[in-house]
Structures are given as structure tokens and as C-alpha cells.
Design a protein around this ligand. Sequence first.
Ligand code: GLY
Length: 580
Amino acid sequence: MQSIMRINCKPFTCLVVIAVFASSPEPSQGTVVEPVRARHAMVVSVHELASQAGLEVLRAGGNAIDAAVATGFALAVVHPQAGNLGGGGFMLIRLADGTAHFLDYREKAPAAAHAKMYLDRRGQVIENKSLVGYKAVAVPGSVAGMAYARKKWGKLPLARVMAPAIKLAKEGFALSQMDCEALHDEELARFPESRRIFQRDGKFYEPGETLRQPELARTMERIAANSDDFYHGSLARELAAAIKKGGGLVTAADLAHYKVKEREPLKGSYRDYQVLTAPLPSSGGIVLLEALNILEGYYVAGMGNRTPQFIHMAAESFRRAFYDRAEFLGDPDFTKIPTEGLVSKQYAGAWRQTSMDAEQATPSASLKRPPNFGVTRQRSAVNLRQEPTDTTHYSIVDEAGNVAAVTTTLNDNFGSRVTADGLGFLLNDEMDDFTLKAGVPNMYGLVQGAANAIGPGKRPLSAMTPTILLKDGKPFLVLGSPGGPRIISTVANIIMGVVDFRLNIQEAVNAPRFHHQWMPDKIYVEKDFSPETVAQLKKRGHTVEEDGQWSDGECIAIDLKTGDRLGASDIRNNGKAVGY
Ligand code: GLY
């Protein structure tokens, strides 16, 4: 099929290109799959029991925010890899009254943290110190965030909202094959409390066996009775004592000083849709909008879904947005960040005109920013580090039209692997999301700059991207995913799947993924891409690496004609969309 693609690229390379695309989609694109349809409300998460917890609370008269809190606490029980009490997260809310809110309950560095805390005497990063064990732990925000959300926007008492999670912890739940495989984590075995609870002291759980967590149930009952106890009461003292005993830095004073922040959601648009997304300290919204703004100048639909031309152009947009991420982004309470410039349509236009090449990859090392957009180079140090991928996202729409998109994390799978003694919950390793040292890639291979250096009380830069799209002011898509930096390309691809390629939400979530993050300079592709597609990308100058499967889109679309809620849980995992 022949398509005409309008391209605004380097002035002397082209203005209009008539291109012949092999618009035949990748093989796995052929099957039509339908989302779960419900008339009134929908909850979608990575675990059926967590989705059911949200649904139970909706049926009991709660709204989307009550359900978000119920699902969040339930995930801490049934998905200990990422669901948590000992981590942090972001909740994006669009209420039926048209207001939008963003809750930042990201973890904070403890007061004793400092820029060189993960370096040895020679200035080298000490392997795993920011990832495994007590020193990796930042001050957790999840309990404060969920309690705050329920109190401000929920309708039901906290004890009611937490009841399903407490029951799951007390009575236990049957483990799936996937759960059991995850619990074989070698690092968990290093910490006796984690080994005892999650690995039965080496007698590993088999699929179908019941995992009961009485200590966690007790902790949750205490939170349900008084959530403030986690930060100012006996729970805070017990947690601080457990961390101190293990050699960590988080103190009772750090817990007492923890504050949830309400931030203005980041707003933008993609074609005819308004986008509400995550502001700093997540890089997610900025990178998402910058990449989509660049792509908006092209006739993406004409390129064909998952064709080499589309993948090339999308990857080039991600490359540029991630380049800016590396250079500029960090905690906005500590550093001035040029957000407005980065997400402006003019800046995206300048990228298209001065830099994007429709035919050939631009090597990351030679990338140059368009001048004169207030987005100037600020500092020389950039950090090439990887970020962990193990987070979880859930989406909720209630009967009244309130919407919650929540992404929460311990950072790495099971976080630091430390279970707080006697309290039954895992602690994060979110300190690894800071820049540990300029020039050293983090767990996700991500490049980060001085704006994200460790400092007492700072929040590490995140990639979590809870996002809501509106059409004519009405909620249309509720989106998010885990996957570290791949969260952002996953969300962008689901948006383009629905908006540009007219996929239904389930097809868009299932579609094969690709990702570029500037450094390392390569396109990562899921295993489903054909050798021809990979060869075509290589011909354009890309290094291509096949990397299995990743991320976990747990998303909802709202049928704009009927109002039906359409739930899409990712085929890659055991999640579930449930509604009524
Ligand atoms: N720790 C993963 C993220 O915040 O992006």
C-alpha cells in the first residue's frame, strides 16, 4: 500500500516525502482481541485479587479513590514484588467535577543521605549498595499517600477500604506459578525475615499453596486504626529501630518529617486529545509529552503500525526526549527545571526542523539540541546508569466518572529485599533512582544528571507515568505501566495505538513494544518483531537488541458513545480487568 507522509525534517533533506511502506503489521498484530466491557465501573491491575478488592469497595459505595486505596493495599499483600507499604507512588486523579489532582508520595532520601554515599574511597560505585539491603532504603511514602487520598477524596472509612487487603493478608491467597517463580529471588534469601515469610526458609511455595502474612495483617490493622502511627507513633519507632539494627539511614525523625505533596498535573495534548500526566519528580510526563509533541508533526497513521518507518520515527522522538531527561530532570523542589520549554510545541517543532531525520538514525553521541528554546545545556555531568523495572500500575473508573491512575513501586523487584522485622512488609531500594555517580549507568542503563544527585530530603527522579487522556473534556483513556524508563515508551505506544492506529485498548496494550532511551544508543524490541523489521531498522543505522518482553499496561478506555468502561489487562501478565 502506498502512503503519503508529510514530514518536517532537516530543511535540506526533505519537506514532503512520498513513501512506500510495507504497511503489513507484525504477525502478532493480526488477532482482534476485545477488552473487558462494563457499564458502570472498572478496576484493572496486575492481580485479580487486587482488582477484586477495588471492585468490592466500589460496590460498597466507595468511589474511584477509595477503590484505588483498596487496590493499593491489596497489591501490597498479593504482589509483594511491587505493591507496597514500604515504597512510594503517584496517584493521578480526574474527578467527575472536572478537576484534576496529582498526589506525589514518592520516597525521600533520609536526612543522613549524601551525594557520595554509594561510592568507595576511589570514587567508584559500590556494586549493589543502592539496590540491596538497608542502605538502599529511602523514606517510604505509600501509607501517607494512600491515607491522604482517601481522607481528601474518598467516601468510606480507611478501615473499610483496607478490609479486603487485611483479609487477604490474614487468610492468605493461593499463589500462581508466576508468583512462585518470582519468590525464588536469590537476594530475598539474604535477609532472614524475607526468607522466612516469602521463601518459607528455603521450602519454596508451590503454585496453588496459600501464602498467609499475619505480621503484615497486624501492621495493616494498626494502619487502618490510625495511619499516622506509621509516621509519628509506635509503628514509626518500630520501623526506625528495625532499619537502624540493619544499618540503614532512615530514622524516626525522617518518618515524622515525611510529607505527601499535591502537585499540579502536567498538561499537554496529542492531536485532538488532552493529556493529563505526571509532573516532576517523575520524568514520565515531560518525556511522554516531548516525544508525542515531536511525533504529532508527522502523519503517524500513514506510516503503518509497527512498520520500520514508524518504529524509526518514534524511537528518534524517544531518543531526543530521553536526552533532555538525562540533562535536566530531578526533584523540582531542589533544582529549577525548564519544564515549560521542554513540553512546548515550539520546542518539538524545532527538533523536527533542525534534527529529526526521516531516513537515518541520529547517533546519540552527536545529538544537538535546537537553540533558543530556554532549554540550554546546564551542566556537564551526565550519568549513565540503569533503573529497575519492577513497579506496578492500576487504573480505575467509577460509576460517577471519577478516574484514578496509580503507579506504585519498591523500585526493584521486592525493593531492597529487606522485610521490616516484625512488621511483615518489604522496604524499597528507591535510593538507586538517584544519580549515584556521573557516567555510571543505573540498573535501567539510564543516563541522569546533576539535577538528580542524592541530597537529604530529596525525591529521586522517577519514570512512573500515570496518564489520563480526555476527549472534549471527558475521560477517554486511563493509562500506566511498570518498566522503569520503558514505562514512558509503553504509555506513548498505547496512546499512539489507540489514537493513530485506531486499535482498541486491549490491542494497544498487547501490541509488541519497542523502546529507545538515548543511552545506550539502541532500539530495544520485544521478541515478536520479525527479522525483516529488525533488518530494516539496522539499515537505517540503528543498533537493535531483542529483549524478551517487558512492562505491564493495566489500562482502561471509556467508550465515548456509550460510556462503557473497557478494561485492558496486559496479556504479558496475570492481571485482571473487573467491572460491573
Ligand atoms: N523506581 C521506578 C521509577 O520510579 O520510575
